[in-house]
Design a binder for this molecule. Structure first.
Ligand SMILES: Nc1nc2c(ncn2[C@@H]2O[C@H](COP(=O)(O)OP(=O)(O)O)[C@@H](O)[C@H]2O)c(=O)[nH]1
Ligand SMILES: [Mg+2]
Length: 227
C-alpha cells in the first residue's frame, strides 16, 4: 500500500475560464464531493490534490484553482508552469463566458506547454432546460476545431464531473512515454528500477496573497516557450 505521500506520477492540471463559471465548485465536487451555492471569490487554497489509480499506478492529481485572479485577467505564468492538463470552463447559460474561451486559450498558448491536454467544459448543464445560452453543438464544434476534449458538466448535481477529470488524466497518462510507464518512474529513465517505489513530496499547500498573485509579470514566466 502506498501512503498518502507516495505516488508514481504527479499530474498538475489548471482550471481556467471566466469568473463565476463554476471552476471552484468543479474542483470541490471532484476532490471532496462538495458544492457551494455561494460564489467564494475570496483568496483561497492554491490547489487541491486527489490520488487516482490508472493502470496499477497511483497518480497524484494536483488541481490548481485561480482563487479569483481571473477577474483581473492577472493569472501569473507560475500558475501554468508544469501543467500537463487544463480544463477551460465556460457557463452554458452565459454566452459571454463562451466567447471568452478564446482569451483563455491564448493564455494557455502563451504560458503553458504545447503538449498540454486540454478539455473544454460547458458547466451548469443542470440549467440547460431553463436557461441554456450555448448549444452543445457550439461547444462541440469549438472543441473539435481546436482539437480539445469536450464535455458538459454540472458541479451542482455532479453530472460528468468525475468523468471529465478522469478522461483528462487518462489522456495524459496515455501520452506518457512507454518507457516511463514500464519503469514505475515519474522522472524518466534514470530513476529506480522496476518494482521499486519512489516517494515524491509535493510542495505543501500554500496560500496566495493578492499581491503575490499579481506582482509577477506573466511574460517573464513563460519559460521560453512560444515566441
Ligand atoms: N446551477 C449551477 N450552479 C453552479 C454550478 N457550478 C457552480 N455554480 C454556481 O455558480 C457560482 C460560481 O461558482 P464558482 O465555483 O465560485 O465559480 P468560479 O468563479 O469559476 O470559481 C456559484 O454561485 C455556484 O454555486 C453548476 O454546475 N450548476
Ligand atoms: Mg473560483
Amino acid at each position: 500500500m502506498l501512503t498518502d505521500d507516495e505516488y508514481d506520477y504527479l499530474f498538475k492540471l489548471v482550471l481556467i475560464g471566466d469568473s463565476g463559471v463554476g471552476k471552484s465548485n468543479l474542483l470541490s465536487r471532484f476532490t471532496t464531493n462538495e458544492f457551494n451555492l455561494e460564489s467564494k471569490s475570496t483568496i483561497g487554497v492554491e490547489f487541491a490534490t486527489k490520488n487516482i489509480q490508472i493502470d496499477n499506478h497511483t497518480i497524484k492529481a494536483q488541481i490548481w484553482d485561480t482563487s479569483g485572479q481571473e477577474r483581473y485577467r492577472a493569472i501569473t505564468g507560475a500558475y501554468y508552469r508544469g501543467a500537463v492538463g487544463a480544463l477551460v470552463v465556460y457557463d452554458i447559460t452565459r454566452q459571454q463566458s463562451f466567447q471568452n474561451v478564446m482569451h483563455w486559450l491564448k493564455e494557455l498558448r502563451d504560458h503553458a506547454s504545447t503538449e498540454i491536454v486540454i478539455m473544454l467544459i460547458g458547466n451548469k448543464v443542470d440549467l440547460a432546460e431553463t436557461s441554456r445560452a450555448v448549444s452543445i453543438d457550439e461547444g462541440g464544434a469549438l472543441a473539435e476545431q481546436e482539437g480539445f476534449l469536450f464535455m458538459e458538466t454540472s458541479a451542482l448535481d455532479a453530472t460528468n464531473v468525475d468523468k471529465a477529470f478522469e478522461t483528462v488524466f487518462d489522456t495524459i497518462y496515455a501520452n506518457l512515454p512507454k518507457k516511463n510507464k514500464e519503469g514505475d518512474n515519474a522522472e524518466g529513465a534514470s530513476g529506480p528500477t522496476t518494482g521499486e517505489r519512489i516517494q515524491l513530496r509535493p510542495p505543501s499547500v500554500r496560500r496566495l496573497s493578492r499581491s503575490s498573485a499579481t506582482d509577477e509579470k506573466p511574460k517573464a514566466q513563460s519559460g521560453g516557450c512560444c515566441s
